[in-house]
Design a binder for this molecule. Structure first.
Ligand SMILES: Nc1ncnc2c1ncn2[C@@H]1O[C@H](COP(=O)(O)OP(=O)(O)OP(=O)(O)O)[C@@H](O)[C@H]1O
Ligand SMILES: [Mg+2]
Length: 229
């Protein structure tokens, strides 16, 4: 097992056609170590979500290489990629994307159903464990619209944890929350990081840098040292 969970070399991404074709990510080289908490900052439109979606195998890249836990992502077929994503990566978004017609437990259970192979009691055990991790065991049978925004985001964290993925990708997880509630969310992520999860979080909030083991700024498709926000 190498120290690097992710290894990216010469990664580039373009969007658009012909004269509207723009390079969004330019020849990025970096590694992300197991157990790190990486914060990505940068102006709106700088490519943060694009990068996170590529790292999360939700989007393709145009050139370069991406090796995840020793596996070359470019060589995976579509099915293999979905399976790999489902087993290895948990996502948290600014909008929590909970399904309103399902209970909290059913929402959290979804990645296990997509994965397949778990018995009903195994699924319930995993859901309960994830709910404990976000300290919302008592919301098992509630519906999302009975919860506050912060609680909904904690449920979406529980859903990201349920497959016991090593990597959590969070795209502005505090963006829809007030400052204090957002802080609670990041403190949960920091706790998970201390328990060995690797976290990559995009944020506009410079105060959250203090939780990071590494902080990078994206500007014009490349990483810069300076903030320039
Ligand atoms: N599907 C797409 N098709 C064409 N252009 C796109 C697409 N998705 C993103 N872009 C462009 O790529 C650039 C980077 O977008 P991205 O969403 O990654 O930015 P961001 O840094 O996450 O911004 P924000 O902070 O506002 O979320 C933008 O100029 C955007 O318009
Ligand atoms: Mg974005």
């Amino acid at each position: 097992m190498t120290q690097h969970l992710l290894e990216v070399k010469g990664l580039s991404k373009w969007y658009g056609q012909d004269k509207n074709r723009h390079q969004i990510l330019k020849d990025l080289d970096f590694e992300i170590d197991r157990g790190s908490f990486v914060v990505i900052m940068g102006k709106s439109g700088s490519g943060k979500t694009t990068l996170l979606n590529i790292l999360g195998l939700l989007d393709n890249f145009d050139s370069g290489s991406y090796v995840f836990d020793g596996q070359d992502v470019a060589k995976m077929g579509e099915n293999q990629r979905c399976l790999f994503r489902n087993s290895n990566i948990g996502f948290i978004f600014q909008q929590f994307y909970l399904i309103e017609s399902l209970t909290v437990a059913q929402n959290i259970e979804l990645p296990l159903l997509y994965h397949g192979g778990y018995t009903s009691s195994q699924r319930i055990d995993r859901v309960k464990k994830s709910l404990q991790d976000v300290e919302l065991e008592d919301k098992f049978s509630s519906y999302p619209n009975e919860l506050s925004g912060g609680q909904q985001q904690r449920i979406s964290i529980a859903r990201a944890l349920v497959n016991e993925s090593n990597l959590i990708l969070a795209d502005e997880p505090t963006g829809a929350l007030d400052w204090r509630t957002g802080l609670k969310i990041v403190e949960i992520l920091a706790k998970l990081n201390r328990e060995d999860k690797t976290i990559i979080m995009v944020t506009h909030d410079g105060d959250l840098k203090k939780y990071a083991t590494h902080c990078v700024f994206l500007k014009d498709g490349v990483f810069t040292e300076e903030e320039g926000l």
